[in-house]
Design a protein around this ligand. Structure first.
Ligand SMILES: Cc1ncc(COP(=O)(O)O)c(C=O)c1O
Length: 284
């Protein structure tokens, strides 16, 4: 496997200032993007979420054209293959203390991790994946809900709860016991009335693939509703699947002791989302 390659503010092998607020306070945003044949999938959706995050945090709007040129440069250097692109945008360097610097000069880190997850993903799409329920809960903070900010300690602590490599993700609840998302994914339940997915307006991340499923599923005869749900609704559902930019749509085979039939998730949905993600690769 080839090592990752990075640009910090456009410089190869650049380094980070010890006073960078991304490091000191998690003051910034990130995106994790699937790259296929050198092209970043769902580029426009990732950039829209980054832009929304910058607006919410009061940071300058990201230079999307510059980010794309840096992503393309790293992809070309790596041979235009498959990989994972991580874009991190911090509020940059400031004085000691929380007060945001003015003016603010954001730090840009673009990293490409070469390597393909395609064959593993195909197996997981067919056989389904195992999930668990996490004890760690999400705090509710509407001002930060939906965006992909750098404060991820809740997910770090949740992910520390299991070692079993067979378990792909853990479902997290909020402090009122509503199931919200996976540590690194969104989820949908399927029953006779169609698909339901939790709202992400109190906590959670508004996933790019979540939005794609919501847009595509109705045309496949699967209406989608956003709804509050408890864990018992996940266990009572006919089927369950998780979504994220790297994994696409992955049916659950199990949520702890509850087993599901992964074939309940229509293949057309998995395929439609995969195709849509690939077709949107060149949008800016
Ligand atoms: C906490 C969390 N929720 C949801 C998602 C899914 O978002 P996306 O579909 O854009 O990958 C992620 C992705 O990493 C995540 O970390």
């Amino acid at each position: 496997m080839r090592p990752p390659v990075s640009l910090v503010d456009g410089k190869p092998r650049g380094s980070l200032d010890v006073a960078d607020r991304g490091l000191l306070y998690g003051d910034g945003l990130f995106e994790t993007i699937r790259v296929e044949n050198g092209c970043p999938c769902l580029w426009a959706a990732h950039m829209a979420r980054l832009g929304l995050g910058a607006e919410r945090l009061g940071m300058p709007a990201p230079d999307v054209v510059l980010l794309r040129s840096e992503a393309d440069r790293l992809s070309a250097e790596a041979g235009d293959g498959d990989g994972v692109l991580r874009i991190t945008l911090t509020r940059g360097v400031g004085q000691r203390g929380y007060r945001p610097p003015s003016p603010c000069l954001p730090t840009r880190i673009v990293t490409l991790y070469p390597g393909s997850g395609r064959s593993d993903r195909r197996v997981s799409e067919r056989d389904g994946v195992r999930l668990t329920v996490c004890r760690m809960q999400l705090a509710e903070q509407p001002r930060l809900a939906g965006i992909k900010h750098l404060n991820r300690l809740e997910q770090v602590l949740a992910r520390a709860e299991w070692d079993d490599p067979e378990i792909v993700d853990g479902i997290m609840t909020d402090s009122s016991g509503r199931a919200v998302c996976g540590t690194m994914s969104n989820f949908f339940v399927l029953d006779d009335s169609g698909l339901r997915t939790p709202r992400v307006d109190r906590c959670g991340v508004a996933g790019t693939v979540r939005a794609l499923v919501m847009a595509r599923a109705p045309s496949l005869g699967l209406p989608v509703r956003e709804a509050d749900m408890g864990l018992e609704e996940l266990t009572q559902a006919r089927a369950l699947f998780i979504t994220n930019a790297l994994l696409g749509v992955l049916p659950a085979a199990a949520l702890d002791a509850r087993r599901y039939d992964p074939r309940e998730i229509p293949r057309e949905l998995i395929e439609a989302v995969r195709q849509a993600a690939l077709q949107s690769e060149s949008e800016t």
